[in-house]
Design a protein around this ligand. Structure first.
Ligand code: NAP
Length: 292
């Protein structure tokens, strides 16, 4: 397929590389052009703007940090809306607000373009191994168009509904649950360590019995080895996601007291440890609060 790819950060670079590997014709654009070098070495072509990355393509994929970054590459004279052909598809993979996805869907509709949301679960290592999980929502015909793309980058696609923004709601719920699991593990590990049980031993017992799930195994290992830098998923991005989840909770009138606690722990972690720490670095805050 002829694909445009906009946003070559930790996730985007790995996803785009798999599309090149699967022999799709990929045009890439990134704000810092230097990050495109490994991809152009592998066979992708550098576009001069998001507009150029979208023009003449069957689909353009965006994988940007946040809502503002996505909006900046979509709108304006050099943006995707200006470049994408009528009937061509924008696949938004960033974790963004439900309201932002709703606004984008309307803008593309007004331009005669198609739009679907396909945010992903999995860290950069999973993206590099083409093992992402995708929560996708959009019209059936659009999901069908995206199928060869999804096949090249993921291990499973979950179709969530025909309204694109619903995929973002699922993604935000998922990230809330991931950080809740990290917080719970960090508190339990701090308790165990202070009481004389190594956190590696605690993790071995729990993942070997009742907590045998990827989230506990992946993040448990990170917590045991304190692999918080370099960040696979930076704490400020996690903070963004808790804010977006809180926006939906406000809109839908759902009290989420645990979400408020997680947001505060992330803020404290960023304030003390700096912007570069992984979001699982909240474990350091929990440990310090426990006197470790
Ligand atoms: P990242 O490494 O920080 O990359 C962010 C990307 O956004 C870069 O391409 C960056 O360009 C671009 N960007 C930021 N601000 C911009 C702006 N104002 N204008 C244009 N481009 C801008 O982030 P990531 O980890 O790849 O995450 C990307 C998305 O995936 C986020 O929505 C995140 O929540 C989601 N996600 C991440 C993970 C994970 O584990 N990392 C997992 C699932 C989902 P530059 O290179 O020029 O800075």
């Amino acid at each position: 397929m002829k694909i445009g790819f906009v946003g070559l950060g930790n996730m985007g670079a790995a996803i785009a590389a798999n599309l090149v590997k699967a022999r799709h014709e990929v045009l890439v654009w990134n704000r810092s052009a230097a990050k495109a070098k490994p991809l152009t070495d592998a066979g992708a072509v550098l576009a001069a703007s998001p507009k150029a990355a979208a023009a003449g393509r069957e689909a353009v994929i965006t994988m940007l940090a946040d809502d503002a970054a996505l909006e900046s590459v979509v709108s304006g004279d050099d943006g995707i809306l200006a470049g994408l052909d009528q009937g061509a598809l924008h696949i938004s993979m960033s974790t963004i607000a439900v309201a932002t996805a709703e606004g984008l869907a309307a803008q593309h509709r007004a331009h005669g373009q198609r739009f679907l949301c396909a945010p992903v679960f999995g860290r950069p290592e999973a993206a590099a191994a083409a093992k992402l999980f995708i929560a996708a929502a959009g019209e059936p015909a659009d999901l069908k168009t995206a199928k060869p793309i999804f096949e090249a980058i993921s291990q499973r696609v979950f179709e969530v509904g025909t309204t694109p923004s619903l995929a973002n709601l699922v993604k935000l719920c998922g990230n809330f649950m991931i950080l809740s699991s990290i917080e719970a593990m960090a508190e339990a590990m701090t308790l165990a360590e202070k009481g004389g049980v190594a956190k590696a031993k605690l993790l071995e017992v729990l993942t070997g019995s009742l907590f045998d799930a990827p989230i506990y195994r992946t993040y448990g290992g990170i917590l045991v080895e304190e692999r918080f830098k370099p960040a696979g998923f930076a704490a400020p991005l996690g903070l963004k996601d808790m804010r977006l989840a809180a926006q939906s909770a406000d809109t839908l009138r759902v009290p989420m007291p645990l979400l408020s606690l997680l947001r505060d722990h992330l803020l404290q972690t960023i304030a003390v440890e700096g912007e570069e720490i992984d979001w699982s670095g909240i474990a350091r805050t929990v440990a310090k609060n426990g006197g470790l």
